[in-house]
Design a binder for this molecule. Structure first.
Ligand SMILES: Nc1nc2c(ncn2[C@@H]2O[C@H](COP(=O)(O)OP(=O)(O)OP(=O)(O)O)[C@@H](O)[C@H]2O)c(=O)[nH]1
Length: 292
């Protein structure tokens, strides 16, 4: 059996079974390599979306650097075999600045770059990321960091956006009206998860605080909001507020919808409320879609 020098990395690798590369016959220089993706003939179908999913990349949202999960794609014409996928990351990198700024303007710039380098007629991005913001306790006014989940979604064709939406997911408290009504004391309550997907006019400027306005509609209509820090005076306040504002999952859904109807920059929405029931093992939910 061959003896290797175990005092070197290479020797140890061979000792553990690594072998030398073979003398290959295929080109090693890019210009001589076949570019299969760029072959042209009738490939039967055009493709609506082809690209990458589950790309984790740093984003910057309202002063916080956080992790974004990206899906990026383009159209593909019928006579083209494949896209050049490496160009997707190159397009993101071109707009990267200590994290990709997570706003519709930057996403549009990325998509225009992507569409151009791919020579395709449109491009789409979905980015999911945590949104962190200041949250002050209701009585003691102590600052701490709260969060909600976002998904920014955008499509461009040429230099115009053709689809633009934001999905926000936030947690709230709901106190059961039925339980309050029938019980001698107390009322059961639960953590509710509210998701709103708001569609915007693709080329319309949004108010600077569009995320805050949507989040406010989702939180203030609940029995109580959630806070990172609560001292005893705060805890008393949120407990009593919840008791004063009981909500079925249907109530919360309809009250949020009424607020969203009043937000002019939203042209249509889907809202879903899901209560993690504290007296059941299952959840309660309600959902509605509305076009203005
Ligand atoms: N189209 C396509 N590409 C894939 C697939 N799976 C992996 N790849 C990618 O193929 C890429 C390499 O191809 P290209 O991006 O075309 O590389 P290239 O031709 O050297 O790049 P350019 O110089 O920009 O043309 C790698 O980034 C792989 O991730 C697939 O199913 N379809």
């Amino acid at each position: 059996m061959e003896q290797y020098n175990l005092n070197t990395r290479e020797g140890r690798w061979k000792h553990f079974g690594s072998v030398d590369p073979i003398k290959g016959t295929k080109p090693t220089v890019k210009e001589q390599m076949t570019d299969l993706q760029s072959s042209k003939k009738n490939f039967l179908f055009e493709i609506d979306h082809v690209g990458i999913k589950n790309l984790t990349y740093p984003v910057r949202l309202d002063g916080y650097q956080t992790a974004g999960t990206f899906s990026l794609s383009t159209h593909l014409a019928k006579d083209e075999k494949g896209i050049n996928m490496s160009r997707i990351l190159e397009s993101v990198e071109r707009h990267y600045d200590n994290g990709l700024p997570l706003d519709f303007k930057t996403l549009k710039d990325v998509l225009i770059t992507l569409q151009t380098v791919m020579h395709q007629k449109n491009a789409t991005v979905d980015v999911e990321a945590k949104w962190f913001f200041d949250r002050f306790s209701p009585v003691t006014n102590l600052r701490a960091v709260g969060h909600a989940d976002t998904m920014f979604s955008l499509t461009v064709e040429g230099d115009k956006a053709t689809q633009k939406s934001l999905t926000l997911t936030a947690m709230v408290t709901t106190l059961c009206p039925c339980s309050k009504e029938i019980s001698e004391y107390s009322a059961h309550n639960q953590r509710g998860i509210v998701t709103v997907k708001a569609d915007f006019e693709p080329e319309m400027m949004l108010p600077e605080n569009f995320k805050e306005l949507m989040l406010e509609a989702m939180e203030v209509n609940a029995s109580s909001m959630l806070y990172p820090i609560l001292k005893r005076t705060d805890e008393k306040a949120v407990t009593e507020r919840a008791y004063e504002n009981p909500r079925f999952v249907e109530d919360l859904l309809r009250l949020i919808a009424a607020d969203l109807v009043e937000l002019d920059f939203i042209k249509g929405f889907t809202v879903e409320c899901r209560n993690e029931e504290s007296i059941h093992q299952h959840d309660a939910f309600a959902r509605l879609t509305y076009q203005k």
